[in-house]
Design a protein around this ligand. Structure first.
Ligand code: NDP
Ligand code: HSE
Length: 403
């Protein structure tokens, strides 16, 4: 029998307990033995929980119990979660997590520590919620040189954009719904300002390109600046606005990674990804493009990925499963300033002024005639070149176009 302790009984942790215990016999069959939930650590009391006999308040109980083989960390953040993860690994226990903030900031150190201790540190749920992406990228696509990864990596912002467009909800109302459904981070600005997607693209880039990329190295922009006028202009140009994370391998070996809203063509499969769903495209030199799609957040979808990692560890107990990459550094990431795109610009200008500055197409939209106009450039250019051409005009919105 394999014993598990869950740290943090919130949205994901409670889902893990539910799936682990609810599917006990089929999990035992597939994992070659019983997996028992022995402890749950949380700061709160849950007297009515069916798991009430498992609760403890002191991490040392788990740390010092030699029967505990696997610790599931679903507290979140890089504070106490880092301390508990280090201590669990030091104590020779494997750790499974959904905590992308921790993996993006400390994944290099924690995977090395796990290797040193002969245990596992697995984090399938840290990117894409329930979508299998870490294991396919590190195993099924291992024969490829990965050229690029991009996609919709945050369920909350995709949910907000979908609700704003489809139901005409305000940004605040759509965010409140996402929080209610358990999709948002504890501090939802991590979703809205793009930091969550940034952490996820860092993790994917480390696995795909072999070096740790730190969130501070990834220029990040969220969806706060997107207005319904932008959505309207985009639609009249046959496009949709999506928040994307991108990581591209440059010829000089650096990784060009950034997070920003993009105008995506209606014919692109990403345009049809709505609600809490995420989609991640991986471009390999042998396979070409492969896309992963599914629920990017939520209690049970995320628990599905966490429990699968737990089963993987249980099945291979004593045989370490290593997911390793090299140390990061200044030279690991860069090139965003030189990266060329076509651009969408909405500005407090006449259509003639914009056309004169940028050329390109002028989509119709609700702003037309209200002292503003919008334009889609024909030419790909750097942001610096775009700003130079816009000199003297007042841009209200500037968004990259995905080509
Ligand atoms: P929650 O806030 O719902 O759950 C965290 C739980 O940990 C809460 O019950 C919290 O208690 C508890 N906790 C806080 N501090 C401690 C402590 N010192 N010791 C023990 N327990 C503590 O978060 P989620 O379940 O939503 O997220 C957990 C992790 O999973 C995060 O890293 C998140 O980014 C990630 N994730 C979340 C997804 C989702 O859809 N929600 C999807 C994929 C990943 P209290 O509330 O009282 O502070
Ligand atoms: N807050 C995250 C999201 C949770 O909305 O995508 C899943 O990582």
């Amino acid at each position: 029998m394999v014993n598990v302790a869950i740290l943090g009984f919130g949205t994901v942790g409670s889902g893990v307990a539910e799936v682990l215990c609810g599917h006990e016999s089929s999990i035992a069959r597939k994992a070659d033995g019983l997996i028992r939930l022995k402890y749950i650590l949380d700061v709160r009391d849950f007297p009515d929980s069916p798991f009430k006999d498992c609760f403890v308040k002191d991490f040392t109980v788990i740390e010092n119990d030699p029967e505990v083989d696997i610790v599931v960390e679903t507290i979140g953040g890089a504070g106490v979660a880092l301390d508990f993860t280090r201590r669990a690994l030091e104590a020779g226990k494997s750790v499974v997590t959904s905590n992308k903030e921790l993996v993006a900031a400390h994944g290099y150190e924690l995977t090395r520590l796990a290797q040193e201790k002969g245990v596992c540190y697995l984090f399938e749920a840290s990117v894409g919620g329930g979508i299998p992406i870490i294991r396919p990228l590190s195993q099924c696509l291992a024969a490829n040189e990965i050229l690029e990864i991009y996609g919709i990596l945050n369920g909350t912002t995709n949910y907000i954009l979908t609700r704003m467009i489809r139901a005409g909800l305000s940004f605040e109302a759509a965010l409140a719904e996402a929080q209610e459904k358990g999709y948002a981070e504890r501090d939802p600005s991590a979703d809205v300002d793009g930091h969550d997607a940034c952490r996820k693209i860092c993790i994917l880039a480390a696995i795909a390109f072999g070096r740790h990329i730190y969130p501070e190295q990834v220029p990040t922009e969220g969806i706060r600046g997107i207005s319904l006028a932008d959505v309207d202009y985009a639609e009249s140009a046959g496009k949709k606005i999506k928040l994307l994370g991108r990581a591209i391998r440059l010829d000089d070996g650096r990784v060009c990674a950034y997070v920003a809203p993009h105008l995506v063509d209606q014919s692109d499969p990403l345009a049809g990804v709505e609600d809490v769903f995420n989609a991640i495209t991986v471009r390999g030199d042998a396979i070409g493009d492969v896309m992963f799609y599914g629920r990017g957040a939520g209690k049970l979808p995320t628990a599905s990925a966490v429990v699968a990692d737990v089963m993987d560890v249980a099945r291979n107990l004593g045989h370490r499963k290593a997911l390793l990459w090299d140390e990061g550094g200044q030279d690991a990431a860069g090139g965003v300033a030189e990266f060329k795109s076509r651009w969408y610009v909405r500005a407090a200008a006449t259509a003639d002024e914009l056309k004169h500055a940028l050329g390109g197409k002028l989509p119709a939209g609700r702003g037309t005639g209200d002292g503003e106009a919008a334009c889609l450039t024909d030419e790909a250019m750097t942001r610096a070149e775009l700003d130079r051409r816009l000199a003297g005009l007042e841009p209200l919105s500037v968004i990259r176009v995905l080509d």
